[in-house]
Design a protein around this ligand. Structure first.
Ligand code: GLA
Length: 386
């Protein structure tokens, strides 16, 4: 199936540009637990999923780039000697943002023809943008013969999004798109970037429910949450020696000293501190195969995101509530930045069909919207396609 898709992309590239391309892919992700902790130097626990951005690419002799997107049915051209220096609210911003930084980090890149095709649902909180950024970076590395360490690739793509697009996202999405591991979730320490991969039991499926309410976080609310977390970190840094980010604040510090924070910032802070603890407990639960405990931690994470961090939505809450009434469900929560998007559900394999039917119908009945429900296993990270 995947081989057929790659062959199709190669064929269409050859027809379009008159020569054979190289192919790379980078996956989207789902986060099992650990939300809004990455930019607080805390812990996250994502897995790469079976949806990817694929890029076919071939070098040109000049410094022009021609980028065709099959998803948008559009073609964009730019000159590497005269790269746009501001985003224009277009999908090609992600390409330009990454290439600009690569030129700075690796030196001049060759011009290239690109054909892109992705199946990561857009605006669904499954990191279609990170997968595009990482695929672009991998594609240009391939044709330039340059090498970058996986951690550097993730950092470069995050910086492109922070500096060029203007979304102050953390490192999680780009990191997992590079480092994903088939059938494993990855517990990442976002301060040291050390990680551990832990197997997801083969009879447990990652079931992703798309509320079909689209999210966007180049917009204000995501950056607002970040600023609120920074305000909390700053408050504790003035009172507790050694605090650099919320990662360093303990529940004990919070209980003793948190009274001076505004009610809103207190809630944001409480979410981050409690979520970090949950990620560590969840990793231990997965290690010993206690999926019921893992599921309870997912439920607390959702409640905290809803009540303390205020990034859930009625549709996400409903989807989680519907899942909790289903047999064979270990856990359910919103995943990603929030304000719409998807829930992640850990579901025992034999119950997946029933889950899809009942949750799908229940959601449609109560909202009038037809949800999309994807069943995925954890996938490998970005790489060359043959
Ligand atoms: C978005 C960001 C990530 C992370 C999540 C919330 O996906 O891109 O860096 O902050 O939201 O956990």
């Amino acid at each position: 199936m995947r081989e057929r898709e790659s062959a199709g992309l190669t064929e269409r590239f050859t027809e379009l540009y008159g020569r054979e391309p190289l192919l790379v892919q980078a996956p989207g992700r789902v986060n099992l637990i650990g939300e809004h902790t990455d930019y607080n130097e805390g812990f996250v626990f994502p897995a790469a999923i079976g949806f990817q951005t694929k890029i076919a690419i071939a070098k040109r002799r000049d410094r022009r780039c021609i980028v065709s997107s099959e998803n948008y049915g559009e073609r964009v051209e730019f000159d590497l000697n005269d790269l746009p220096n501001a985003p224009r609210g277009h999908w090609s911003d992600y390409v330009v943002g990454v290439v600009r930084l690569m030129e700075r980090v690796c030196g001049p890149m060759p011009g290239a023809n690109l054909l892109m095709n992705g199946d990561v649902p857009l605006g669904a909180g499954l990191s279609s943008s990170a997968s595009l950024e990482v695929a672009v970076c991998k594609a240009f590395l391939e044709i330039s013969g340059q090498r970058l360490d996986g951690v550097v690739i993730a950092q470069l793509c995050q910086q492109a999004e922070n500096q060029f697009i203007g979304a102050r996202c953390g490192i999680m999405d780009q990191f997992i798109s590079v480092h994903g591991s088939k059938n494993h979730a990855l517990r990442l320490d976002c301060r040291t970037l050390e990680y551990r991969v832990l197997p997801i039991p083969p009879d447990t499926k990652l079931v992703i429910c798309n509320t079909m309410v689209s999210h966007s976080h180049s917009g204000g609310e995501y950056n607002d949450r970040r600023a609120e977390c920074e305000a909390a970190a700053h408050y504790f840094a003035e009172r507790v020696p050694g605090v650099k980010s919320l990662r360093d604040v303990t529940m004990d510090d919070f209980e003793k000293l948190g009274g001076g924070l505004s009610a809103l910032v207190r809630k944001r802070c409480h979410h981050v501190l409690s979520e970090n603890i949950r990620v560590l407990e969840a990793a231990e639960a997965l290690q010993v195969g206690d999926l019921y405990l893992f599921g309870r931690l997912m439920a607390s994470s959702h409640a905290s995101l809803r009540d303390d961090f205020n990034v859930s939505s009625n549709e996400l809450d409903l989807m989680v509530q519907l899942a909790h009434h289903q047999p064979g469900v270990y856990g359910s929560r919103m995943t990603g930045g929030g304000f719409g998007g998807c829930t992640i559900n850990l579901v025992q394999e034999n119950y997946v069909d029933e889950f899809k039917r009942t949750v799908g119908e229940g959601y449609k009945q109560q909202t009038g919207r037809q949800p999309e429900i994807y069943v995925s296993s954890a996938a490998d990270g970005a790489g060359r396609l043959v």
